[in-house]
Design a protein. Sequence first.
Length: 437
Amino acid sequence: MKGPLSTDSSLSRTTQITTATPAAINGGSAFGGLVASMVIIGLGTGGIKANVTPFCAEQYTKGSAFIKTLKSGERVVVDPELTVERMFMWFYWAVNIGALSPLITVNVEAKVSFWLAFLIPLIVIVLAAIVFTCCSRLYIKTQPQGSPIVETARTVYVAISERGFENAKPSALRERGRIERYSAASNANYTDQSVDGVKRGMRACKLFLLFPFYFICWVQIWNNLISQAGQMALHGTPNDLLQNLDPIALIIFIPFLDLVVYPTLRHFKIDFRPELKITVGFFMASMSMVYASVLQHYIYISPAQTIHVWVQTPAYVLVAFSEAFVVVTGLEIAYTNAPESLRSLVSSLFWLTIGVAAAICIGLAPVSQDPYLVWMYGSLAIVGFVAGILFYVLFGRVLNQPVPVLDSVETTTLGQREDEEAQIGGGKCIVVTGKGT
């Protein structure tokens, strides 16, 4: 899959460059090139996002906890759940490093031209594709086995017909003499385990039902808050510059969570479970909209363009903090709660919630203008807060159900597990005994 996805990205950048040259702009080809590039970028990005996070997590192959003896003699348990959690956090940290690229390309566009601004990401994506392809043999890859979508649809059909996944299992169908009624059940891949896997995948998809209400708040930093900045005193600051506060805040906040906050909570035996993280993230996004609403009120009652644009900073920072809880945890539960064959599909449904939120925002366009902005931001704050409460109430119990990540505990020494330590990167360790012997 890496070939077509990389080609999509390269093709879109090439289209942008060729239609962004002075000759193309003067000839009227720029708009068509922009539209074509956006469509191709959407296709490429959709494929990459759906596959890259599960692919990264699959590089860590330890499905069970194991005991490791450190050089100090201390024996610790390495928890793969915490290792996977950390992998997703640092993956999203790296994503936000890349999100700072507009700081370069915007200046290049202003001082040179659009074509050079588009050439820079083209070079980067081509180099990344080359490195990815050359290192392909080093990666752990899951071999495709048929179409998971087709097999899932067949399993769901049997489950609906039999009124439940337990009744849809081949063992249950044989016991009731109904297995001959379904051609899907005669497939060698149709097993009790595969039905359980589809059940887990469906359960994981349900967790994302309320995520569009979070992303409606998140999307505001890319549209309405930029417009709000245009109503403020800029003092030479571009009104779209402040959106870079989002990745900057995440680059700082994610290591702080990983190295300070989460270890401290574990030290005091405080279980900050996924449903709590997501709920806190919803509340932070809601607080951001409250701040934006209050700020918009003062913009209306103050003389034109007298409030400094940097007063917007808390709105962007709160959204960034919320991402560290909602998006990172969402990617984690999409991976850990889905069966191996459905991880990319479930991840794609997680990212689809952003598209749903964007579509809802289009419907909000009539009220996303003066003089309705105070109430628009306030309404989004209420929606985000209520959605956070509903998520905790509806899905807290679902996330508390065990998933087959930890199966057993293996004993090891540092010398025997040097290769594992390199893969884990010093991942989370929980002390269970004193000094080793």
